[in-house]
Design a protein around this ligand. Structure first.
Ligand code: GRF
Length: 213
């Protein structure tokens, strides 16, 4: 069974859906850079170990990332999951977890990388918006895409109504993506895209796609 560490900065609703998804994995810890993150209490209620690695006392990004990596590595995770973790990570940190660091971003990448995605989507007048789970690479919000979900942008949408519609899809696709990782079903092509391998049952038998949960 795979071991997971989840990184958060805030309310932790994506983290909560992961904790409640009955994944074939052990969530060893939830780590926040924000001592006041609401998600920490939710994690504790689920009996998950929590740690705070506050970025503020560290002299620079590299020093914070080293402290963060030390905390993460103490749990020996197979996968590190960014769930609303709002710090930009150094290339050294990202490369340390290459292929086992995933993020959820509230837009259909490569559109609207960065912050304020819902406002920017409304300003651009796009009719379809959504969210993306991707492997993390040193370039912000640009890694190989695992899964996306699209939602319509409706006339009269505010940032809030659009964000809520997207968030519901985030809560659907993030557990799905992490489940695929835990089942060793994600493969990287030479072109740097992600493919999904067929599920295998006990004894290595292929499972019909129709039966794949
Ligand atoms: C989500 O919209 C996520 O996509 C973005 O930050 C938000 C975090 O929400 N990166 P939560 O903390 O998971 O509730």
């Amino acid at each position: 069974m795979k071991t997971i560490v989840i990184l958060i900065s805030g309310r932790g609703s994506n983290m909560q859906t992961l904790l409640e998804a009955r994944l074939p994995a052990k969530v060893a810890a939830v780590i926040s850079n924000e001592p006041q993150a609401g998600g920490l209490e939710i994690a504790r209620q689920h009996g998950i170990a929590t740690r705070v690695v506050d970025h503020r006392p560290h002299a620079n990004r590299a020093a914070f990332d080293t402290a963060l990596a030390t905390a993460i590595d103490s749990f020996k995770p197979d996968l590190v999951v960014l769930a609303g973790f709002m710090r930009i990570l150094t290339g050294a940190f990202v490369n340390r977890y290459r292929g086992r660091l995933v993020n959820i971003h509230p837009s259909l990448l490569p559109s609207f990388a960065g912050l304020d995605t819902h406002r920017r989507a409304l300003e651009a007048g796009v009719k379809v918006h959504g969210c993306t789970v991707h492997f993390v690479t040193p370039e912000l919000d640009h890694g190989p895409i695992v899964i996306q979900a699209a939602v319509p942008v409706q006339d009269g949408d505010s940032e809030g109504t659009l964000a809520a519609r997207v968030l519901a899809e985030e809560h659907r696709i993030y557990p799905q993506a992490v489940r695929w990782f835990c089942e060793d079903r994600l493969a990287l092509t030479p072109q740097g895209t992600v493919t999904l391998q067929a599920a295998r049952g006990a004894g290595g038998a292929l499972i019909s796609p129709a039966l794949d949960p």
